[in-house]
Design a binder for this molecule. Sequence first.
Ligand code: RTP
Ligand code: MG
Length: 142
Amino acid sequence: MAIERTLSIIKPDAVAKNVIGKIYSRFESNGLKVVASKMAWLSEQEAGQFYAVHKARPFFKDLVSFMISGPVMIQVLEGENAIAKNRELMGATNPKEAAAGTIRADFAESIDANAVHGSDAPETAAVEIGFFFPGMNVFSGR
Ligand code: RTP
Ligand code: MG
């Protein structure tokens, strides 16, 4: 299995709930390593650009408003199969449908305030890592 890197964001709801450490602990105890991180309060332009793929969707405006409602914690996770592994730990987009024991099942309230973001494919991981950590190698340093 390949060592991959993926972009993860702890969204404003989870930062406000003070569960950054609990979420990091899930990453670490499941073989994902934090190899870059920063806290940021995104501008409307940054959030809109980051989620540009959803621009035409009816939920786009609410998504951007939510993402700029408070600070977020942004990190690059590295590990075997990191992209799929992170998505598995996150659980379904709608926390009501998320499997028990996933981050969204345990920490999220609604489909809008759903605690975490994770890249969904190698191509998007590369773009998203470059967006927040320009110049960072998207492949493992090892
Ligand atoms: P994310 O990109 O944040 O990791 O979430 P995701 O892959 O699980 O879901 P995605 O389809 O990429 O949607 C991005 C975010 O938009 C909101 N959303 N709302 N009301 C709706 O039907 C709806 N669908 C998506 C969610 O907050 C989702 O995380
Ligand atoms: Mg997505």
